[in-house]
Design a protein around this ligand. Structure first.
Ligand SMILES: [Zn+2]
Length: 281
């Protein structure tokens, strides 16, 4: 299992991304549904301060303090800088949890900020980017980025043997160059994301509250058509997950998904059914 998603438009949204032990948003139900897996979470990245994306933090922070697991394991929560709704929640949690058994850190982020996930041969980091949701508050999306290595252009036509020889003579670093590869991009609630911000990502998670554009009254949320356009412009490599779907479309989902399969998009589209816990490999 790589990903657990729960997303019901306007009610609750949260994702658990197992490879990096992190959650994107923390709507209602995150702790009761994840159960003991709550203890695996090391980082939570909040996209914005609306209740359906942050209300599960109260339960998560509490269970990490009193549940059956490592109650000393630190937890770090990242949020859009100066977001007043998140700041109110931080104050409430501080007042009601004065003696936590673990270190709880709150880190404000701005667009362009990076958070290191791990070092190593292929280091990974999170990069925050700006989304368009509420006018008065900062909202953020996040890219999980892996730093990869490839042969410098001038060596690309060489045989395996020649390359091995060069590595022996000059070392791997001298003949290779690094490049960032976006593995997973999460947009939270937003009008269509600027495709440049998620360009070339392997997996894009974009909201589409509305499958039918005529149902939209305010421009703070996206339609399915818009999300597809973003993914195409960004050149998504593998999958587009559609989250935050309004429950009014529950019965049409299978039909819409079937229609999408017929299109030649270059990536698979997964409509996350509202109100169901979904696990994806
Ligand atoms: Zn929202």
């Amino acid at each position: 299992m790589r990903l657990i998603v729960y997303s019901k438009g306007l009610y609750s949204t949260w994702l658990y991304y197992a490879p990096d032990r992190l959650a994107f948003d923390a709507g209602e139900g995150i702790s009761s549904i994840l159960g003991n897996k709550c203890f695996a979470i090391q980082h939570v990245f909040l996209s914005h301060g609306h209740a359906d994306h942050i209300s599960g933090l109260i339960g998560l922070i509490n269970i990490r303090n009193s549940g059956m697991g490592d109650t000393e394991k630190p937890l770090t929560i990242y949020y859009p800088k100066d977001n007043w709704r998140v700041l109110e929640l931080i104050a409430y949690i501080a007042r009601t949890n004065s003696k936590l058994s673990y270190d709880l850190a709150w880190i404000p982020l701005e667009p362009g900020d990076r958070v290191e996930l791990f070092q190593g041969q292929n280091p990974r980091y999170i990069e925050a980017f700006r989304t368009q949701h509420t006018r008065s508050e900062l909202s953020l999306g996040y890219n999980i980025v892996e730093v990869r290595r490839r042969l410098k252009e001038e060596y690309q036509g060489l045989s395996q043997e020649e390359i091995a020889q060069l590595v022996r003579e000059r070392g791997r670093e001298a003949i290779t160059t690094t490049y960032p590869q976006k593995l997973f991009s999460y947009g939270g609630d937003s009008a269509p994301i600027d495709p440049e911000l998620v360009e070339g990502t392997e997996v894009l998670c974009h909201e589409a509250t509305f499958l039918n554009p005529e149902d939209r009254e305010t421009p703070t949320h996206s339609t399915l058509e818009e999300a597809l356009e973003v993914a195409q412009k960004a050149g998504v490599k593998r999958e587009l997950f559609i989250i935050h779907i309004s429950s009014r479309y529950r019965r049409e989902l299978a039909q819409v998904e079937e229609k999408l399969k017929g299109l030649d998009l270059g990536f698979r589209v997964v409509l996350v059914p509202p109100g169901r816990v979904c696990r994806y490999d």
